[in-house]
Design a protein around this ligand. Structure first.
Ligand code: OXD
Ligand code: MN
Length: 648
């Protein structure tokens, strides 16, 4: 066991001492958060074979990591919400009794850092000192986690200083679960290999996060999903604010008026692309505040004010190209950590759909050689000379589908610096939100954009969000549509039905509910029966954002329908409709219509999802009673009225 360092803050000292005694690391390092320290850890990892240093002329300060094949995405099946009552975790979460879980996990943590260094990472979720910001201490035995946390959050001495003697924080413990025996050589990606040995556990009542066995992304960078969404959503419910899986962007009209928009899309559905989009509409400017998480607090004026609690982008690499998201690629030019992408012979990186020709050969995400495809210079295969068809049939990708870049937000050429620093009109209050968007990948039925008739109707829309499952999660159902309410399905820190109720309460408790943001549902992913996309997406999405701003200003009308307020096709601007991908006006007319048959089916499955939440909500481990239906009546009423109107 190492000696526990001294901390002025008694809660920090106790947290570190507790885990030092349990995990028995060889050494403890308190992360200072300096550039020199960050570089030294990266270089140590290069020496230990855990990082590959990329060509520093091409990508200064950039490194590549390859994870173990069993540890490539979030493990939803091993993610737990351990509230005292099962019913408070709700029907969408895995639950275990908190006392039992702590007992079980403490056993796993016993001696788990032997032969390793324990790092203590003080971190801030949000700009240090901003009233919306929260703080955390993550203990970890993974240097990969340290350097990723340095990018994704604000870490180090400044946080310790801010906490002072009594400042509060969310205590987090993480271990890769791979102790080293004396003299045992470490592997490139230590982790618990068996899925059943991994635990991503939130204790919402104790406000603690315990993670074991995985070193990847949201399983291990505990500030992100575990804190900023699962724990924060519970804090937000208790304290009257909102923690959401949303990007935040600033849009400036040709007249110079600024709008702030948040958007909740499920994982790997283009939040980063929308957050950094280059508007195709002339005169419109878009700037980025965040690409994944928003914390929104009600202001005294009734508006919702948002900050991005993160400090970087943990973006999905495949598909990110100069066409789809040039600003994301620019964000990756320096100080970035790449995980599970291809290494090129000149020490650079490559991935599928990067829009860059593949090198003749490279090293794939598993560390094996890969070769340019015989008939497609933009693909790579596991053997020389393979055709595109052969590669597809082999199910091979050279960069893992959930390979990532961890890039500092400061690299983003279109970062809204004030908004990112949580400042609006010189005050550290976050930015006032004008519109909230929900969306997902929906090949049919769901129109391009649909405006909620009221806040309650908007909550209904969010509760009914759904999408095709993507590679951001380990699942055998990739491609199937699943309901993902508010894009929060894997991230609720409590009962989904209570979360709906909390959204409804935001209107009731607002100082002026007329100032709440307008709510929209968007869908960039409609397809023809032949599988052709009906909307070009990317920069053309600015056309939809303009319509939304026009609605906010009362400049355009709408078509009032049973499902919401739809645009007239003629009100979606087709200015500058030129280039490689253009809006097809014939398709546009189609995707702003109500597909009545599709909607009757949709509404049926929304009702089924509510029934499922209610049925499962009746399991209360403590009272053994069956509890009343939990999905709010107001949402059931909207469901009934939409159904009745559709049937008219
Ligand atoms: C993410 C996710 O990594 O949602 O942001 O999975
Ligand atoms: Mn996300």
């Amino acid at each position: 066991m190492a000696t526990t360092p001294k901390f002025a803050n008694a809660k920090v000292a106790a947290w570190v001492d507790k885990w030092n005694k349990i995990c028995t690391p060889d050494k403890i390092v308190v992360v200072k958060g300096t550039a020199a320290e960050h570089k030294a850890i990266c270089e140590m990892m290069v020496k230990n074979g855990q990082f590959i240093k990329l060509n520093q002329k091409l990508r200064p300060g950039c490194y590549l990591a390859r994870s173990h094949e069993s540890d490539v995405a979030r493990v939803e099946g091993r993610t737990f919400i351990c509230s005292k009552r099962e019913i408070d975790a709700g029907p969408t979460n895995h639950w275990m009794d908190p006392v039992e879980m702590k007992k079980k996990m403490e056993k796993a943590y016993k001696g788990c850092m032997k032969g390793r260094t324990m790092y203590v990472i003080p971190f801030a979720m949000g700009p240090i000192g901003n009233p919306i910001t929260q703080y955390g201490i993550e203990i970890t035995d993974s240097p990969y986690v340290v350097v990723n946390m340095n990018i994704m959050t604000r870490t180090g001495d400044a946080v310790i200083k801010h906490l002072g003697k009594t400042g509060d924080f969310i205590p987090c413990i993480h271990s890769v679960g791979a102790p080293l025996k004396k003299g045992q050589k470490d592997v490139a990606w230590p982790c618990a290999k068996r899925i059943e040995d991994k635990y991503i556990t939130q204790f919402p009542e104790d406000r603690e996060i315990w993670s074991f066995g995985s070193g990847y992304g949201g399983n291990a960078l505990l500030g992100k999903k575990c804190f900023a969404l699962r724990i924060a959503s519970k804090l937000a419910k208790d304290e009257g604010w909102m923690a959401e899986h949303m990007l935040i962007l600033t849009l400036t009209s040709p007249e110079g008026k600024k709008y702030h928009v948040t958007a909740a899309f499920p994982s790997a559905c283009g939040k980063t692309n929308l957050a950094m989009m280059l508007p195709k509409l002339p005169g419109w400017k878009l700037e980025t505040i965040g690409d994944d998480i928003a914390w929104l607090k009600p202001g005294e004026d009734g508006r919702l004010y948002a900050i991005n609690p993160e400090n970087g982008f943990f973006g999905v690499a495949p598909g990110t190209s100069m066409d789809s998201n040039p600003n994301a690629l620019h964000s990756c030019t320096k100080g970035t950590i790449f995980t599970n992408v291809v290494l090129t012979p000149d020490g650079d990186i490559w991935w599928e759909d990067m829009g860059i020709k593949a090198p003749k050969e490279g090293v794939d995400w598993k560390g094996n050689p890969c070769y340019v495809c015989a008939d497609d210079p933009y693909r790579m295969g596991p053997k020389p000379g393979m055709t595109k068809k052969e590669i597809k049939e082999a199910g091979y990708v050279a960069a893992h589908k959930n390979s990532r870049f961890t890039a500092p937000a400061q690299n983003c050429p279109v970062l809204d610096k004030d908004g990112f620093n949580g400042v609006y009109e010189g005050k550290p209050v976050g930015v006032p939100i004008d519109a909230i968007l929900f969306g997902g990948r929906r090949p049919s039925t769901i129109p391009l954009v649909n405006e909620a008739k009221s806040w309650t109707h908007g909550v209904f829309m969010g509760s009914a969000a759904g999408s095709e499952i993507t590679a951001a999660v380990i699942s055998d159902k990739i491609g199937q549509v699943r309901r993902d309410p508010m894009a929060m399905l894997p991230f609720f820190g409590y009962n989904v039905a209570d979360y709906f109720q909390h959204w409804l309460e935001m209107e009731r408790t607002s100082a002026d509910a007329t100032k709440l943001p307008k709510i929209y549902f968007v869908n960039w992913f409609r397809k023809t029966p032949k599988g052709e996309f009906m909307w070009p997406g990317f920069g053309d999405n600015s056309r939809v954002l303009k319509w939304i701003c026009d609605r906010i200003e009362g400049k355009v009308g709408c078509v009032k329908t049973p499902i919401g307020n739809l645009p007239k096709a003629a009100d979606i601007s087709l200015e500058n409709n030129t280039g490689k991908d253009v809006v097809n006006p014939k398709f546009l007319k189609e995707i702003v219509k109500v597909d009545k048959a599709g909607w009757l089916e949709e509404i049926k499955t929304i009702g089924e999802s509510y029934d499922e939440y209610d049925a499962k909500a009746s399991k209360d481990n403590q009272t053994k009673s069956t509890t009343a239906r939990r999905v709010p009546k107001a949402l059931r009423e909207i469901l009934a009225s939409v159904t009745a109107e559709l049937k008219k």
